[in-house]
Design a protein around this ligand. Structure first.
Ligand SMILES: NC(=O)c1ccc[n+]([C@@H]2O[C@H](COP(=O)([O-])OP(=O)(O)OC[C@H]3O[C@@H](n4cnc5c(N)ncnc54)[C@H](OP(=O)(O)O)[C@@H]3O)[C@@H](O)[C@H]2O)c1
Length: 324
């Protein structure tokens, strides 16, 4: 039975476009005591989440996706059958058990597509994954062979999201992406960039191309997208995928030895990683953020960034000022 507290929580989330993802082995009620027992198949040292992962709607369709996804640059560029690959199996188990589904990769990340394809097939998660990859080539012929390779390496006959990487060769890549969408090979199409100096071109192309998704950098120390890309995404109904929420890991060096704000516990934030991610998903334009890690305990930590109350404007501004 739904308690009044659960109902109020769900109703107020719905008002912000948020919902709660179904979550195995976790409590839906923030007042419940922490879950201590280790469920069957759990990974040593990983404590299950104490709440449900928030989800947001993709404006083009209304489809809900969990707000915490996974990036694969660097962390997934590892040899198959290595110790790092074995650790990634646990990373994905933590991720899917915790209610995650969105994974972002690219043919430009050396062998990351091979690694993702193998992990999803081995773990039986291929159909539970909202899989995003990219087009990044300079001619139609090269785009076609790159896409064929991507499908082979990902062990899929379609992807959920196909993005033009860093706005490269938009004149050929975007029409090709549209063709693939029309053929049912990609459910959504998008464009990506990762630097502030790319925001103006990104906004111009959002207006002219009207993609389903835009992927862009946004973090406590690089909050410019809130002024450039996000308002246009909200105006045009474009989903936002955020990259570099940790500034490629540099933010952790900036907070070494630094205490969390005194109010962190009030919003269920237990680490700086969770604070950086909660900051990102607190912006209403953001659909999903894709932090990258090759470590299962860090994956569990990152999922916690998407569980609990959002930060109000004053708290978001306080964080931006702290890292300015
Ligand atoms: N143009 C584009 O399309 C574009 C550009 C940039 C990024 N992206 C996408 O966005 C994703 C994310 O960006 P990113 O990989 O550049 O950077 P990021 O997610 O900001 O940072 C990744 C770094 O943070 C570390 N980390 C992750 N979780 C942590 C935690 N809980 N505690 C401490 N350290 C943690 C990782 O190290 P460990 O692995 O050692 O944990 C890694 O060094 C990429 O993987 C990619 O999928 C796309």
């Amino acid at each position: 039975m739904t308690s009044r507290r659960d109902f109020i929580a769900t109703a107020s989330l719905a008002a912000t476009g948020l919902a709660l993802a179904p979550l195995a082995a976790c409590s839906q009620n923030p007042a419940d005591p922490p879950v201590r027992e280790k469920p069957a198949g759990a990974i040593a040292g990983i404590v299950p989440l104490h709440g449900a992962l928030l989800t947001r709607a993709i404006p083009a369709t209304g489809e809900q996706v969990p707000v915490i996804g996974i990036g694969t640059s660097g962390s997934y560029e590892v040899p198959l059958a290595s110790q790092e690959f074995a650790a990634l199996k646990d990373v994905l188990k933590v991720f899917f058990d915790g209610g995650g589904s969105v994974i972002d990769t690219s043919p430009n990340y050396s062998n990351a597509e091979d690694v993702v394809g193998a992990l999803l097939a081995d773990g039986g998660w291929r159909d539970r994954c909202f899989l995003a990859t990219k087009l990044a080539a300079d001619s139609r012929t090269a785009l076609e062979s790159q896409w064929a390779d991507s499908l082979r390496r990902l062990r899929r006959d379609h992807v959920e999201l196909l993005q033009v990487h860093n706005l490269r060769n938009m004149a050929e890549a975007m029409p090709y992406a549209r063709e693939l969408k029309a053929q049912g090979k990609a459910k959504y199409i998008g464009i990506t960039h990762y630097l502030e100096r790319g925001h103006a071109d990104t906004v111009r192309l959002m207006r002219s191309e009207k993609p389903d998704f835009v992927q862009i950098n946004y973090s406590v120390n690089a909050p410019q997208a809130a002024k450039t890309v996000f308002p246009v995404a909200q105006e045009l109904g474009i989903a936002v995928m955020v990259n570099r929420a940790f500034d490629d890991g540099k933010l952790f060096a900036a907070v070494r030895g630094k205490a969390l704000p005194a109010w962190a516990g009030d919003v269920g934030v237990a680490s700086w990683a969770q604070m950086f991610l909660r900051f990102v998903v607190s912006h209403p334009a953001v659909t999903v953020v894709i932090p990258a890690t090759g470590k299962p305990d860090r994956q569990a930590d990152n999922l916690g960034g998407g569980v609990g109350p959002l930060l109000d404007d004053a708290r978001q501004a306080e964080l931006v000022a702290m890292f300015a």
